[in-house]
Design a protein around this ligand. Structure first.
Ligand code: AMP
Length: 394
């Protein structure tokens, strides 16, 4: 589906030099300061299991000079990520992400809207309903430092009323205080100045156009000025998608723009980027907490192949291969079984059809096709069987 948006898969290593993450994600972030699994190479080099993949994509983009490609380079990845976190529902130390990144010389707000459209279409096709999209702009190198200083000054005034984590962040990363989920801090945070009142002209224009691009695509959203995301490399657009039924960890996808990252990691200046990562584990949790998103019918085999009696085995093996070549999902017994047992198993597996091959069928060169829902049976030649099965397949 991502191919329809002209994205290509990139396969990334599970670990990188620690520097790749430290420089891009940021040394003061929780991910780098507390959550990475870091180990020393024999020569003393420091390596880390990847806590996220954007840094690796950018590293590969630079290493393989992908910036020489015309237009945007659009890449997606899928695989495990590792963070030393306290495990709980929807939060694991090894989890899986599907992610996409668009890199190139343009920062057109239509790119921001298109990557969001793509992930929303993906989510919708998988059948997950009632998700919500939150967006924000966190400014750029021109406007953000002034805002961060203002925020720091305001935070110092209320420091004694904040918890230890937020107190520490006043110095290290004041934006992250806005992310705090600590109950008692919420009324204090609600009164803090908003980044959206302090964007420079260029960032304001980008944010306005980005919203217009979402509207042009019929995408509903809500602005959340506290959505700063935990990683240093983000600028301007940030966004998050939440799903119902997940409790406290309800973010299934997060992303944003990272225009300076390619240069920061040693690539050419002027390359912009935007991307997202969808947490697959949480996404599946959300899907399974919603009634009948994946029906048993679609997850069972198309055909259960019941072969009855020694001489039928070879013919059954040949037929199974021929059916599988026609993209049918086929299950068959490894050992001989009685018809009643075979039908019972086919039912339990949720097979749509059972093909019965007994010695009588073998003699006639035919097959019995049983529709499992209705129990109707038909004696068919091989080509009739193929025709029925390939047209009846959902
Ligand atoms: P992040 O870039 O940290 O916001 O991660 C993007 C998405 O990955 C989140 O919205 C979650 O769905 C998922 N995710 C992040 N950390 C974890 C974790 N420890 N366990 C499971 N899913 C996670």
């Amino acid at each position: 589906m991502l191919a329809a948006y002209n994205y290509h898969e990139i396969r990334l290593p599970l670990f990188e030099e620690t520097e790749v993450f430290a420089r891009s994600v940021g040394v003061d972030t929780d991910i780098v300061s507390k959550e990475m699994y870091t180990f020393a190479e024999r020569d003393g080099a420091s390596l880390s299991l990847r806590p996220e993949a954007t840094a690796s994509v950018v590293r590969a983009y630079i290493e393989h000079s992908l910036f020489q490609q015309p237009g945007l380079t659009k890449l997606y990845y899928i695989g495990p990520m590792f963070r030393r976190e306290r495990p709980q529902k929807g939060r694991y130390r090894q989890f899986h992400q599907l992610g996409a990144e668009a890199l190139g010389p343009s920062d057109h707000p239509a790119i921001d809207a298109e990557v969001i459209e793509m992930v929303l279409v993906f989510i919708e096709r998988c059948g997950l309903k009632a998700t919500a999209l939150y967006i924000n702009s966190i400014g750029c190198g021109t406007c953000r430092p002034t805002y961060v200083e203002l925020l720091r000054r305001e935070l110092k005034k209320v420091e004694s009323r904040l918890g230890p984590d937020s107190q520490r962040r006043i110095e290290t990363n004041p934006l992250r205080v806005l992310d705090s989920k600590v109950e008692g801090e919420q009324p204090i945070i609600a009164k803090l100045p908003s980044i959206l009142d302090h964007l420079c002209k260029a960032c304001q224009e980008h944010f306005d156009k980005f919203q217009q691009e979402l509207k042009d695509r019929g995408i509903g959203y809500e602005i959340n000025h506290r959505l700063v995301r935990g990683l240093d490399y983000y600028m301007r657009t940030t966004f998050e998608i939440t799903a119902p039924g997940l409790g406290a960890q309800d973010a299934i996808c997060g992303g944003g723009r990272y225009d300076g990252l390619v240069e920061l990691l040693g690539g050419p200046a002027g390359i912009k980027g935007i991307g997202w990562a969808l947490g697959i584990d949480r996404f599946l949790l959300a899907l399974s907490s919603q009634p009948s998103a994946v029906s048993a019918e679609t997850s069972g085999p198309d055909v259960y192949l019941a072969w009855l009696g020694g001489p039928t085995r070879r013919e059954a093996l040949r037929l199974a291969r021929a059916l599988r070549q026609r993209n049918l999902r086929v299950e068959m017994a490894y050992d001989e079984a009685k018809l009643r047992k075979a039908l019972e198993l086919a039912n339990k597996l949720g097979a749509q059809f059972t093909v019965i091959l007994g010695e009588d069928e073998l003699k006639q060169g035919k097959f019995t096709l049983r529709e499992m829902a209705s129990g109707k049976q038909h004696l068919l030649t091989e080509s009739e069987l193929f025709q029925r099965l390939t047209t009846k397949k959902h």
